[in-house]
Design a protein around this ligand. Structure first.
Ligand code: NAD
Ligand code: IPM
Ligand code: MN
Length: 356
């Protein structure tokens, strides 16, 4: 098949990990006889430096007119002055909003071969397989904001419609999995969470009667994720709770650098991004873990291009490369040598080409 993929490398380690993701997609195209065209566009700090805007109109056009978008990360100390008028992160938020990407799928799985790198006990995390469904275009991220010298506010609001549609995404995913949803909120304090709870309850009972639903308060969920992570199947939650809980959950997998995500909506274009940021502390050294981005490109193959076999091949290649001990510094065993971003991509590509 032919597909056009817009690549938004962004800042920090963004260009390093997206280069690895693109090379993997190119190898998939070669191995399976597809034609992928890659179009680069600017976002984040790189776009601010070039044009003054973190999301130039040309970038939006490139994202609207392609089949899928692969994104690295945005942000960094250069653009982090609290009094700055524009910030790199605004570009990413505006892109998610403008493309209508209300559901962010963040799969969290422990790979048996890297069980030893998590700070958590192997017997607790072995077999973890959670699909976090994070609402992505509502809540406190997108409410009214104001700021004076002495006061600031960020309004958190949700409409029933926003909750319904992301609940349907979670319901459909649960039906393909173990049919269990834990919906995470703060209904003991927040009005938005009480609405969340009642809408989730209604949509699941009316439209997904075979799915079991449990509600959990977010503070307790943060604890249960570490205490009994294998008991979760689909975890559905609002924008900010999902952001925080998935960085926490990345420790179940072993590193923030391992987790992929897919941002989907009702529209045609999906955005695929690792859950980590621009990692300024390691940027430019060629040591970032590209697996989160490479696994995001597998999600791109699956969700935007409908190429399930190709997606599964990439995922198997990542697992095989990790289990043969090829690791970046963030997941290296104590005292053992690590390899760089490109070498990890090489190992994964070699496997894609040989298993196919
Ligand atoms: P971060 O995720 O960039 O880094 C947190 C820690 O994890 C760092 O020690 C980093 O080195 C490590 N890490 C992250 N990704 C890694 C990888 N692939 N391989 C190895 N180690 C990795 O979070 P931060 O430092 O709090 O934020 C830095 C900047 O990134 C901020 O400007 C933030 O807004 C931005 N950010 C962007 C995105 C995004 O674009 N989607 C996501 C999160 C944070
Ligand atoms: C993420 C990031 C973003 C978010 C930031 C950079 C706006 O942390 O994708 O997890 O909070 O959604
Ligand atoms: Mn985050």
């Amino acid at each position: 098949m032919k597909a056009r993929i817009t690549v938004l490398a962004g800042d920090g380690i963004g260009p390093e990990v997206t280069a690895a993701g693109v090379r993997v997609l190119e190898s998939v195209a070669g191995a399976f006889g597809h034609e992928f065209e890659f179009v680069d566009a600017l976002i984040g700090g790189a776009a601010i430096d070039a044009s003054g805007s973190p999301l130039p109109p040309r970038t939006v056009d490139a994202c609207r007119s392609c089949d899928a978008v692969l994104l690295g990360a945005v942000g960094g100390p250069k653009w982090s002055d609290p009094s700055a008028r524009v910030r790199p992160e605004q570009g990413l938020l505006e892109l998610r909003r403008t493309l209508g990407l209300f559901a962010n799928l963040r799969p969290v799985r422990t790979l048996e071969s890297v069980l030893d790198v998590s700070p958590l006990k192997a017997e607790v995390i072995s077999g973890v397989d959670i699909m976090v469904v994070r609402e992505l275009t509502g809540g406190i991220y997108f409410g009214r904001k104001s700021r004076t010298a002495l006061e600031a506010e960020d309004v958190c609001s949700y409409s029933a419609h926003e909750i319904e549609r992301v609940t349907r995404t979670a319901g459909r995913l649960a039906m393909q999995r173990k049919r269990r949803i834990v919906s995470v909120d703060k209904a003991n304090v927040l009005e938005t969470s009480r609405l969340w709870r009642s809408v989730v309850e209604r949509v699941i009972s009316e439209e997904f009667p075979d799915v079991s639903l449990e509600h959990m308060l977010v503070d307790a969920a943060a604890m249960h994720l570490l205490l009994r992570p294998t008991s979760f199947d689909v975890l559905l939650t609002e924008n900010m709770f999902g952001d925080i809980l998935t960085d926490e959950a990345s420790m179940l997998a072993g590193s923030l650098g391992l987790l992929p995500s897919a941002s989907l909506g009702d529209g045609r274009v999906g955005l695929y991004e690792p859950i980590h940021g621009s990692a300024p502390d390691i940027a430019g050294r060629g040591i970032a873990n590209p697996c989160g981005t490479i696994l995001s490109s597998a999600m791109l193959l699956r969700h935007s291009l409908g190429l399930e076999r190709e997606a599964a091949t990439v995922e198997a290649a990542v697992e095989s490369s990790l289990s043969s001990g090829l690791r970046t510094a963030d997941i290296a065993r104590k005292g053992q040598a690590s390899i760089g971003t490109e070498a990890v991509a090489d190992a994964i590509i070699e496997r894609i080409l040989t298993v196919h």
